[in-house]
Every structure is written in C-alpha cells, then in structure tokens.
Design a protein around this ligand. Structure first.
Ligand code: CA
Length: 413
C-alpha cells in the first residue's frame, strides 16, 4: 500500500512520500539557496525543519547542513545519516504524525509550492565520468561507424568502458544549450572546416552521485559499491556528432561532449529505488571476480525523451549491461579516488526496440531515417529552438518514484 501524507499527493505524482528527492532551491522572490525535499506539489524546506529542531534525532540535526547551496556536506555525513534523515522526514510528513501537520505556523514556513521556487544545480560536482554501458547503444553505434568490423570492440564485454567528462559544464534542467562550434570534416570534404555543429544530438542516461568517496589507492569492492551512492538523476549528455566524428580518435570524445551536460534538479535517494532492483542483461562471458555483483544490481526505471511535443523514445535502465555497482568497482579497482559529489553516468540507455534507442544518432540511423514529429516536421538532428525533455520514473504499486525532468532548449550564441 502507498504511504499516506497529510499533504495531498496525486497517484501519478513524481514525488510521493516514498520518494523524497533532495534539491537545492531558492524562492523566486529572492533569498539564499537552501536544501529541500519534493513532496507532491511542494518543497519541504529542510533548513526550516532543522532550525525548528525536528531533525535533532538524526546524526546531522542542528548542524546547519541544509542551509547550504549544495548537498555535498550532507553527502559526506554518510549512509547512516541519509537513512536517519529519510526515516525522520517520512514520519514528519505522514498523515498520522501531528508534529508538523498540526503546527500551522511551521507548515507555512516550511512548505513552499514548487511553482514559487527556482531549482539550482543540487551538487558541487568535482568529477564527471560517463560510461558506455548499454549493449544496444554500443552495438548500434559500432554497426554505423564500423560496418565492416564486429560492432563491439573486443574489450566491451570484459570491462565497463568510460571516459572522463567535464564537471564544469554540467548544468541544471532548464539551462539553455548553446549550439557548439568546432572542426568538422564530412566524408565528402577533403579538409576539415570550422562551423556550428550540424549534427547536434542528445543522449538519455541515468547518473548517480557519489555520497562518500574512497581513499586514494584503495579500491571499492563490488559488494560495498552501492554504499557509496547517494542518489540518482536523469542525465542528458548533449553530443555534437560531426565534431565527435573528426576528433574522437585515438583518445575519445572531447569538445563534442564537454560543451554541456544537463541533469534533473531532484536527486532521488538511492534508498527509494530499492523496491525496483532487478536483473540486468545476461553477461557473457561471466565478469571477472571484481565485477561480480553479489545479487541483482540493475533497476527497473522507465525513461522517456520528448522532442518538443513528440515522445521520441521510451527505454528502461534495466537494459543496461553494466550496473552502477560494476561501474564503481571498475572505476576504483586501480585505486582511483571517487569523492563526494562526483557524478557517474550510465551512458546512453538504448533498448532492444527501435523506440528504445536513446539518441538521435540511433533513432535516425546517423541521420539517414528522419524522425516525424507531431507538428508534421522532421528531424535528423536538433534544430535551433528545439527543446529536449527527459523524464524518468520507477512504477510502484499505487505510487511512482519520479525523477522530475531534465530539459534544455537549443539556442544560438
Ligand atoms: Ca554519453
């Protein structure tokens, strides 16, 4: 049965009592940034709740950690503190608990309509790593780029391939995205030339925020990898395919990716996703010992992509080959240090059907099969003024753990 709150929550709301995602916000009318959780159509201002002493029973109560402009200091407190705060908030917001419900002045101060707030980048991101963990995406990409060779490189089924991205250009949902300029070299052109990208694309991904890091030189064993995850967001890894095609060999993408990455503003607690754990794609060959998860480590999370008014993709995180636990174990196996606030993204999440292809590169098969939109227009790549909106949720029995949305509109400088 769904949990009940004294706040009315629609069954299809992204933000029931089971979710309570963390965000950083400020009032549209002004004032400092602080931390809250989403509940129904409201934000619960945790700085107010904490100041009123209602978090006193948690390890972080009274420390002012929620009167901050980023979640990092709360992340550092670790999983015991996260769970304690989460339990306390679920109790305070439940229909049967009078403490907040019957204190009208405190309710008025602490519960703010989401329409009245601006959501900010929730985390100060130190490092951003982007994996490449969908077998379907990697296979489709390989077929298009290397039609005469096997689609997967020999390493792909042995290790989660990734590249180091750029944290400085991770932006919150709603931030306009400038069409990048760069060097491009179509196969028809003998020389490269400088131009605005003509093949601008999105990639639908999930990201996890590292809550607590590991010591320099000390790998995270896979059975403990998930303890390091604070929560999850939607990630749009904007990509300029023409710039990428010319620059990416031999070291991987650079300017074709690092101009912008959009994330959703609400960080869904990893604990909220526990009921949606599932098996991933079968792994063949069996992974090496350090990559063998002790149990199912994938999650049943639906993701959708809308291009303006047309839904152009529906996929699911369960289609990923490598799980977040495997990615973290691999990332640190050489002693690489992860720190609180690091963002680790899954890579484009494509699935087995055509509709489950997670980027235009696949959906239009490298621009050769244009997409039809609801307004009658077609797209091979993103045009100026186009808005890409991603949504994600895990569907429970009578409730959903929603991620809100990650949206961005293409503009010209
Ligand atoms: Ca990507």
């Amino acid at each position: 049965m769904p949990l009940t709150s004294f706040i009315p929550i629609a069954p299809d709301s992204d933000f029931p009592l089971e979710n309570l995602p963390y965000g950083v916000f400020r009032l549209r009318s002004g004032g400092p940034a602080r931390i809250g959780v989403a509940i129904g159509d409201y934000v619960l201002d945790l700085s107010v709740i904490d100041k009123a002493g209602l978090l006193a029973g948690t390890p972080v109560g009274g420390r002012g950690l929620f009167a901050r402009d980023a979640l990092n200091d709360f992340m550092v407190a670790g999983p015991v503190a996260w769970q304690s705060v989460r339990d306390t908030l679920q109790r305070l917001l439940s229909a049967h608990e009078p403490t907040l419900r019957d204190n009208q002045p405190l309710r008025d101060a602490a519960l703010i309509r989401q329409a009245e707030v601006e959501l900010l980048l929730p985390v100060q991101i130190g490092d951003f790593t982007d994996f490449y963990s969908s077998l379907y995406h990697a296979t489709n990409t390989g077929k298009m780029l290397r039609p005469d060779s096997p689609p997967l490189f020999p390493n792909w089924r042995y290790l989660p391939v990734a590249y180091h991205g750029r944290a400085s250009t991770v932006v919150v949902s709603g931030t306009p995205i400038h069409r990048p300029h760069g060097q491009i070299k179509p196969s028809s052109s003998p020389e490269p030339f400088f131009s605005p990208s003509r093949a601008l694309d999105f990639e639908v991904e999930l990201g996890v925020f590292i809550g607590i890091g590991n010591e320099f030189g000390v790998p995270v064993p896979i059975e403990r990898a998930e303890e390091h995850i604070f929560g999850c967001v939607i990630v749009n890894d904007w990509s300029a395919r023409d710039i990428q095609g010319w620059e990416y060999q031999p070291l991987g993408p650079f300017l074709s990716k690092n101009f912008a990455t959009t994330i959703s503003p609400w960080v869904v607690p990893f604990a909220a996703l526990a009921p949606f754990r599932c098996a991933g794609e079968p792994q063949d060959p069996p992974p090496m010992a350090y990559l063998q998860a002790p149990g199912p480590s994938h999650f049943d999370i639906t993701l959708e992509v809308w291009l303006n008014d047309t839904r152009i993709c529906q996929t699911n995180a369960r289609y990923l080959y490598w799980s977040f636990a495997q990615q973290i174990a691999h990332h640190t196996v050489n002693g690489c240090r992860l720190r609180p606030g690091d963002l680790i993204a899954s890579g484009t999440i494509s699935g087995p059907t055509k509709e489950a292809r997670g980027c235009l590169f696949e959906l239009t098969w490298r621009g050769t099969e244009p997409l039809q939109l609801a307004d009658g227009s077609t797209r091979r790549w993103l045009e100026n003024g186009d808005t890409v909106t991603m949504r994600a949720w895990a569907q429970g029995d009578g409730y959903r753990i929603g991620f809100g949305e990650a949206t961005g509109t293409i503009v010209v400088r």
